[in-house]
Design a protein around this ligand. Structure first.
Ligand SMILES: *Cc1c(COP(=O)(O)O)cnc(C)c1O
Length: 419
């Protein structure tokens, strides 16, 4: 693809983009004077689809009119509501429907999955994470170690090499081949939140399994962004949130994936509640616990319908467009963004995200020499919302649903000016 550094080219790309109509399906935040922000933080909180309100209103109305009967009589009976999400969600992450369910929040789910999949013994108990793992994931694994009577120090970090920013798969291979007998679990961010690096999940699964380590993936920055092909990758489990690229609203529910190979293993230890008990006899009460097969067998509680309505609104948009098309546009859009940032030709900035489009999603992380948060502030003053991460990185994510080539062009012009 030959890119050009001018507004006419950017506008031309937008006019040829078969997905450009989708921007109008979202609310773009505006300032007091009604001017649109340049929104580059879909990696942190995805924008609201205009349809979301109707989906939630439907459930509010059914609740008002039907009360408890809504569980059966609502237009979308609440009793089965989580099932309306499953097929659509499974397609987005490349899983079989039985492998996926939406429930709880992300960190809660990481813990629930570790209850089943982190089964340390006195000799095989360590956990591998990336050295710049998201803090919540680090705290979660540290607390699991301590909960089982081990120490925080029993976390093994997969680090970039000296002077580098990105992880190399060979280094994970070395960690596992040398220390694999002591390692119980690999819990890795499939797309790193800081660098935007999209790791080879299949390779990670193979490496972990070669030494009988369980492999779990955090896809918070991957779901709705890249195509992780979870089933095919062979990882044991995964979890993600729905408020980043999945546009389901602040704090919305998390999705989990449990590979089919574990679907019928009723001996896997797990916590129980009425929602992972056999659907057929759930309401007979007083029955001995009979766990459901598949990912649904990790649910505990009846789920929040209002939050799920927002998820359904968003998943219906994904269903309408399909991940293939979104990903195609995303590669082109982020490629253009990268081209323009390089054209700024300043010693002071460096993109730390991988150059290969197959090893990244839409996010570019730009490292800024000697910068402090004032750069971020100046961007805000110019109507650009990006996300500043200490010590020196701005993360910018042009999202194929609602960002345009023009957005990317104007943003880099502003950045050039500020620098
Ligand atoms: C966003 C994110 C979280 C947030 O966890 P919550 O439980 O939803 O607050 C955790 N881990 C990663 C990798 C994330 O990107």
């Amino acid at each position: 693809m030959k890119y050009q550094n001018n507004l006419t080219f950017a506008k031309q790309q937008d006019s040829e983009d078969s997905l450009s109509y989708l921007r109008n399906r979202f609310h773009i935040p505006r300032d007091k004077n009604g001017e649109e922000w340049l929104y580059f933080t879909g990696n942190s909180l995805g924008l609201q689809p205009k349809a979301t309100k109707n989906y939630i209103n439907q459930e509010l109305e059914d609740w008002a009119n039907l009360g408890v009967e809504g569980h059966f009589e609502a237009k979308n009976p609440w009793l089965h509501y989580h099932e309306y999400l499953t097929d659509k969600m499974a397609k987005i992450v490349g899983a079989k429907p039985q492998e996926v369910v939406m429930m709880n929040s992300l960190t809660v789910n990481l813990h629930l999955l570790m209850v089943s999949f982190y089964r340390p013994t006195t000799s095989k108990y360590k956990i591998v994470i990336e050295s710049d793992a998201f803090p919540s994931d680090r705290y979660a694994v540290q607390s699991q170690l301590e909960f089982h009577g081990f120490s925080k120090e029993d976390v093994i970090e997969w680090k970039p090499r000296k002077g580098e920013e990105l992880l190399q798969i060979e280094d994970l291979e070395e960690i596992v081949s040398k220390q694999g007998d002591e390692i119980a679990l690999l819990l890795i961010g499939g797309v790193n939140y800081y660098t935007g690096q999209f790791l080879d999940l299949k390779r990670i699964a193979e490496i972990g399994h070669s030494k009988n380590c369980v492999v779990g993936i955090d896809l918070a920055h991957g779901a709705g962004n890249i195509q992780p092909n979870l089933h095919e990758s062979g990882v044991d489990f995964a979890a993600w949130c729905s408020y980043k690229y999945l546009n389901a609203g602040p704090g919305s529910l998390s999705g989990i994936f449990v590979h089919e190979k574990h679907a019928r293993n009723k001996d896997l230890p797990r916590f129980a509640g009425w929602w992972n008990h056999n659907k057929e006899t759930r309401f007979n009460m007083r029955q001995p616990f009979d766990v459901m097969e598949g990912a649904e067998g990790w649910q505990l509680s009846n789920p929040p319908i209002l939050s799920m309505a927002a998820i359904l609104a968003s998943l219906d948009l994904f269903e309408e467009v399909g991940m293939e098309k979104l990903r195609q546009k995303s590669e082109k859009l982020t490629g253009y963004f990268e081209f323009l940032v390089k054209e700024i030709d300043s010693e002071d900035i460096k993109i730390i995200t991988p150059k290969n489009p197959k090893e990244r999603g839409c996010q570019l992380s730009i490292q800024v020499k000697n910068a402090d948060k004032s750069l971020h502030q100046k961007l805000m003053e110019q109507h650009v919302i990006t996300d500043w991460r200490e010590p020196d990185v701005i993360r910018c994510a042009p999202v194929p649903f609602y960002n345009s080539f023009e957005d990317v062009f104007i943003f880099t012009e502003i950045l050039k000016e500020i620098l």
